[in-house]
Write a protein that binds this ligand. Sequence first.
Ligand SMILES: Nc1ncnc2c1ncn2[C@@H]1O[C@H](COP(=O)(O)OP(=O)(O)OP(=O)(O)O)[C@@H](O)[C@H]1O
Ligand SMILES: [Mg+2]
Length: 391
Amino acid sequence: MPILCTKLIQAIPPVSRAIGGEVSLVDELTSVEHLLASDPLETLVVVGPDVDLDEALAFTAAQRLARPALGVVLLRDAFEVKVLALAIRAGVREVVPVSDLDLIAEACTRSLELSKATPAGLNLPIQQGVEGKVAVVFATKGGCGKTTTATNLAVALHAGGASRVCLVDLDLAFGDVAISLQLTPARTLVDALAMDGGLDETGVSGLLTRYRPGLDCVLAPVEPGDSEQIPASLITDLILVLRRMFDYVVVDTPPQFNEHVLAVLDEADHHVLLTTPDVPTLKNLRLTLDMLDMLSYPRDRRSIVLNREDPRVGLTVADVESVARTNVTARIPASLAVPASINRGVPITIESPDHAVSVAIKEIATRTIVGAKHEPPASKRGFLGLRRRSG
Ligand SMILES: Nc1ncnc2c1ncn2[C@@H]1O[C@H](COP(=O)(O)OP(=O)(O)OP(=O)(O)O)[C@@H](O)[C@H]1O
Ligand SMILES: [Mg+2]
């Protein structure tokens, strides 16, 4: 929500209305900085006429480098050419008299439009040397609930903005993340193909679609056939860059092993393996586990999650554990509230945070992903390691 910085009580209601919708109100620039730090994707700050000009300009100049997508609109009591020149030099988007509410509204709209055209991720300060954790949600049987689990895990890890999370749709041919979250796939992974010189933070920022402040998505291509153009090496590069930009990266997958999935299984700190309580899916779980063992992925980096658990279907947790030859890490109950939430385009963890399904998913997020160990790739290579050994 846009930030208004002023101590002028009488100016607050009309200016807030001119900005449009709700605003976060603060009375000094240090508080603006704190708010910006907690919301890396905020794109508008309106600075009141009572704020010292030099301080306002210094703040703007610093933000211009740190968060290029942030717009600062400066309000003054009267229009002065000298102030305008200094403001432009500092990077202020517009200087507007505080008395002209129409002009304030127009300036804010223009600034927000400009910010929208600036890739969302350009507002994400890079955490030098800090690497986020990567979790992949996988099953070789279609319809197990991978997309449902991945989207809700991303929401749970985001925790209302406490962490920065990126959800990657690696179901390149039939990705459902955009439709599940009601996002328009204006930018997708296929746009990465144009980045000849390799992926970096700026390039990856241009691929992101924002769901909530601090929760971004890399969406799957829309056109049939686009997925085949994407090399596995691009997925590896993408994950390496996203790790530097986000606290958590959650990857949704297609229901089969392919080179893209193997690339992400290699990079991930944790594998969330889904199953449902039916015989064909359990058979696939067994084959999946055998394959992962064969590829030397460490067993301590995987969780087995029983989704759509329902006592009426006849298969128990014990049955699942005997097929998996290991413990089930977590169980998500079957509930009609899940398809209902998907049909409304709102993840159940947002819509009904206290629902048993939401509670189960939040617990998976905390127990398995937040606590996952991130180790240098060399010690966890599975597929690529095997390929190196065999090649
Ligand atoms: N815990 C649950 N209770 C009830 N229904 C569920 C549950 N989890 C998932 N579903 C439903 O199962 C269906 C498949 O879920 P989802 O699309 O998440 O699976 P998927 O593994 O991503 O499928 P695909 O392999 O096609 O990508 C959806 O209709 C969803 O609403
Ligand atoms: Mg899916």
